[in-house]
Design a protein around this ligand. Structure first.
Ligand code: AP5
Ligand code: ZN
Length: 217
């Protein structure tokens, strides 16, 4: 299956993607995680991306689309993938369509996670991620690690993302509404959107997502 996950910052895209990718046996491709890996390895791409990310803005399409394409061309993504955080504006969605069409492929579904803004703010404020692997995500009250500040999965140190400050989160929400939400209408026109509530326990949301994707088959 080829799936795009969409939803505001803090909706739980990364959290759900980890379970969905495992259940569906497809790789989880997160452009945010790819940028953070580049930042921790201090690559040129990482240095460029950091300034945009810390301000809550989108990293320019020229670098983002190429990075996403390179990842989607890896052998493990041949039979499907779960995209998290890409596409994030209509021109990225158009570039993805072109990429898929040139390989005679198409998307199966766009899963839209709906969460009220107050909840998103609470989720982001308490989020802690692992220094060794940013797909290991915790929350100080909703998804507590067994030992404070230590990743359950790999023992890495947990930290708060630089772009999770109140000011940057406000900017990221604004960017989501103005630049990312329009892709929902873009994909509605293709009949691909399934919307679910992302409220409730993590496993309840995963169950809802799996049901919605089954119905969509
Ligand atoms: P990215 O990393 O994609 O961030 P985001 O979209 O803002 O999403 P988040 O990672 O903040 O949230 P999430 O929905 O994954 O929530 P999570 O599962 O962690 O992008 C960061 C930046 O990179 C962008 O601002 C941009 O600069 C750049 N970028 C990335 N892609 C780009 C692109 N395509 N183009 C241009 N720029 C790009 O959950 C949040 C918290 O809630 C966690 O603590 C979790 O434990 C908790 N939680 C999750 N589910 C539940 C639940 N059901 N109940 C209670 N708590 C929950
Ligand atoms: Zn870890």
């Amino acid at each position: 299956m080829r799936i795009v996950l969409v939803g505001p910052p803090g909706a739980g895209k990364g959290t759900q993607a980890a379970f969905l990718a495992k259940n569906l046996s497809i790789p989880h491709i997160s452009t945010g995680d790819l940028f953070r890996a580049n930042i921790s390895q201090q690559t040129e791409l990482g240095k460029l991306a950091k300034s945009y990310m810390d301000a809550g803005n989108l990293v320019p399409d020229e670098v983002t689309i190429g990075m996403a394409k390179d990842r989607m061309e890896k052998p493990d993504a041949e039979n499907g993938f779960l995209l998290d955080g890409f596409p994030r504006n209509v021109s990225q969605a158009e570039a993805l369509d072109e990429m898929l069409q040139s390989e005679s492929m198409k998307l199966d579904a766009v899963l839209d996670l709906e969460v009220p803004e107050e909840e998103v703010v609470k989720r982001i404020a308490g989020r802690r991620i692992c220094r060794k692997d940013s797909s290991h995500v915790f929350h100080v009250t909703y998804s507590k690690p067994k030992a404070e500040g230590v990743c359950d999965a790999c023992g890495g140190e947990l930290y708060q993302r630089d772009d999770d400050s109140e000011e940057t989160v406000r900017k990221r929400l604004e960017v989501y509404h103005t630049q990312t939400e329009p892709i929902i209408d873009y994909y509605k026109a293709q009949g691909l959107v399934v919307t679910i509530s992302a409220l409730g326990k993590v496993e309840e949301v995963t169950g809802r997502a799996m049901e919605a994707l089954k119905r969509d088959e």
